[in-house]
Every structure is written in C-alpha cells, then in structure tokens.
Design a binder for this molecule. Structure first.
Ligand SMILES: NC(=O)c1ccc[n+]([C@@H]2O[C@H](COP(=O)([O-])OP(=O)(O)OC[C@H]3O[C@@H](n4cnc5c(N)ncnc54)[C@H](OP(=O)(O)O)[C@@H]3O)[C@@H](O)[C@H]2O)c1
Length: 325
C-alpha cells in the first residue's frame, strides 16, 4: 500500500508572505533548500544561512522568476563566533523576523568525537548548540515581530526503539568521559532539539512566538554523503530501492513549512511534528502527525529540558535571562 505523505493544505501554500522575513539554516541543500524555495515562491524574503555561501548562491539560481526575494549569508554553526557575527549582520540589515527554521544538521562519519574550535563535539554543536545560540540571540527580533515561529528540525532517530530510547546525557554532553558512537551522538543531539522546542514553548507562553520540533521524513538529500567510499557505494546501490520508502526534498520540507505557516500549528506550542516515515521503530508512529506524540518519554521530560537549557547558556557563553521561567 502506498504511504500517505503529509502535505501543506491549499490555504497554507497560497498565503501571501510579502513583507515577511525568514531565516533558514542549511538553506543550500536538501530540506533547507526546498523550505526556502516555498517561502520565496509565496513572496517571502529568506535569509539563507549557509556554511558555504558559494553553494548557497549556486542553489538560489533556481529561484529565478519566483515572487519573493532571498540573500545568502555565511553561518557556520560549528563556530559560535560565526553565529554571533551572523546575528549582528542580520540585525543591522533587518527590522523583523517572522520565522526561523533551524534546519542544518549533520552526522559525522568518524569513530571518535570531532571537536569544534569552541571545544564542542561536532554533532551536537551543529544540530543543537549553534542553533541554541542563534535562537537565543534572535528571540528579541522574533518577539518584536510576533506572531512569529520557530521550527527546529530534529529526526525520527530521536525516538529510538521500544528497547532503547535515547536521552541527553547531562553529565557528559560533550563525549569527554564515554565511548563515542556517531549515530548515538546524532540521536542524542536530536533529542536535545525536541527538548529545546518544549522549553522554549514554556518560556514563551503568552508572547505569540511559537516553537516546534520536526521530523522531515527520509529525505533524498545530501545527508550522510560525506561517508567512507564503501558506505557511499552502498548508499548508491540502495538508492533505487529506497525511492519507494523515502521522500523528495520537497515532501520533506512540508512539515517545517506547516510549522512556519499553517494557522493550526500555533495551537500546539512546543509540539513535535512529523512527516510519515517508515523509519520509526514504533509501528504506530509511521503515519506521522501534525502534531505527533513522540514515543520517547525522554524527549517529553520538561525537567530535563530546563536543565539542558540552563547548562547551554553557560556552554555557549550567554548570560541566563533574569526572572522566572
Ligand atoms: N535526510 C534525512 O532523511 C533526514 C532525516 C531526519 C532528519 N534530517 C534532518 O534534516 C535536516 C536537513 O538535512 P538534509 O537531509 O537536508 O541534509 P543535507 O542535504 O546534507 O543538508 C544539511 C545542511 O546542513 C548544513 N550544515 C552542515 N554543517 C553545518 C554547519 N557547521 N553550519 C551551517 N550549516 C551546516 C549543510 O551545509 P553544507 O552543504 O555546507 O554541508 C547543508 O546545507 C538536518 O537537520 C537533518 O539532521 C534529515
């Protein structure tokens, strides 16, 4: 039986986004590129936040003739100074921010942890800490433009399996005192993404700024393409077969776009939204949902989410905002 993919409804895909400004990280490739394309198609202005600006400019050539506008700005999420520079440039040039898609991510193919120049393990640095700093520095702009939204791209891997639910290891977020496994590190970073959206929703209650986490689907993107030669060959061989169960990048952008644009998403603050996906180990989750109840209780634990966020301020060198949550 053919799998039913979740797609934007007509009202959402025909909203006029003229005058609205969005930031999409990792906008040069895969899910980020197609998220950007739809926002530009609907008349929005997108700041394409790319580690490689040349790749961003090249990808954006395909937007020619679309209604909206874009610019390409350098952002390396593995470098906290680059995040601060990006935000300074953004604020100097823009007076509003209607939506932020924290989309960029990676899985390293290394058997040992790789550390960024800030001393952070690469996977969680890019997927979570870089986006944490970016988001915290942009919260004032999002608040000033409310109603506004954030879609934080997680992954099905955050859910794990009934016998193995990943969790953030608050005693050793940085893999200094335990064995490293690249896929376990990826799953853990993606749990952090889901928890962060929950904590943000709690903190932003009543502000009209909404935060959500997302599983985009099994995107036929460049994800994982930096693997070893045998792994790349295996993936190339599998590709024709995986087409039946995987998703185009456009299909994989639908869930982020739903979170950024639909009238319904803000009714579910902090929730997890998922494209349908054969990759869930829990069969009941495979149909996805907008929103969907994650089967991983660790990703719903608000106490863990608060602790993670409190620790993250120190790790990225930000003062924790005053006042109660
Ligand atoms: N593909 C899937 O099936 C799948 C499933 C679940 C979740 N996801 C998530 O979906 C998101 C998008 O991935 P994708 O599938 O579209 O993969 P992709 O085609 O590889 O795109 C990933 C994007 O992240 C960017 N990026 C990597 N490191 C960065 C850094 N240090 N600073 C800034 N940007 C950086 C990449 O830039 P470069 O081009 O310069 O490397 C690229 O633009 C990721 O968060 C991924 O974890 C994907």
């Amino acid at each position: 039986m053919l799998r039913r993919r979740l797609s934007l409804d007509n009202a959402t895909r025909s909203k006029d986004l003229t005058g609205k400004t969005y930031i999409v990280t990792g906008a040069n490739s895969g899910v980020g590129l197609e998220t950007t394309r739809q926002l530009v198609k609907q008349g929005g202005h997108v700041v394409m936040a790319c580690r490689r600006t040349d790749a961003g400019e090249e990808a954006a050539r395909s937007f020619r003739g679309l209604e909206g506008t874009y610019e390409v700005e350098r952002l390396d999420l593995a470098d906290l100074d680059s995040v601060r520079d990006f935000v300074s440039r953004f604020k100097a040039n823009h007076d509003r921010l209607d939506g932020l898609a924290c989309n960029a991510g990676l899985v390293t193919m290394a058997s040992r942890p790789e550390f960024t120049r800030d001393g952070l393990e690469m996977t969680i640095a890019v997927s979570y800490f870089g986006h944490f700093l970016l988001t915290e520095l942009l919260l004032d702009a999002l608040r000033a433009s409310a109603p506004s939204r954030m879609a934080i791209v997680s992954s099905v891997t955050h859910a794990g399996s009934p016998n193995n639910r990943p969790d953030v290891n608050l005693d050793d977020l940085n893999y200094e005192h335990r064995d490293f496994n690249n896929f376990a590190a990826y799953s853990e970073a993606k749990v952090a993404n889901v928890l962060y959206a929950r904590e943000l929703a709690e903190r932003l209650e009543g502000t009209d700024v909404s935060a959500f986490s997302v599983h985009p689907g099994w995107a036929r993107s460049n994800f994982g393409s930096g693997g070893s030669l045998p792994m790349r060959i295996a993936m190339a061989v599998m590709r024709p077969f995986s087409r039946f169960v995987s998703d185009s990048n456009e299909q994989s952008a639908q869930t982020t776009l739903h979170c950024l644009l639909s009238d319904d998403a803000p009714n579910h603050p902090g929730a997890y939204f998922s494209q349908s996906s054969v990759l869930y180990r829990d069969r009941k989750c495979r149909g996805g949902g907008w929103p969907m109840d994650t089967p991983n209780p660790n990703a719903k634990n608000i106490e863990t989410a608060r602790k993670l966020v409190d620790m993250s301020y120190g790790i990225v060198g930000l003062a924790r905002p005053n006042g109660p949550r």
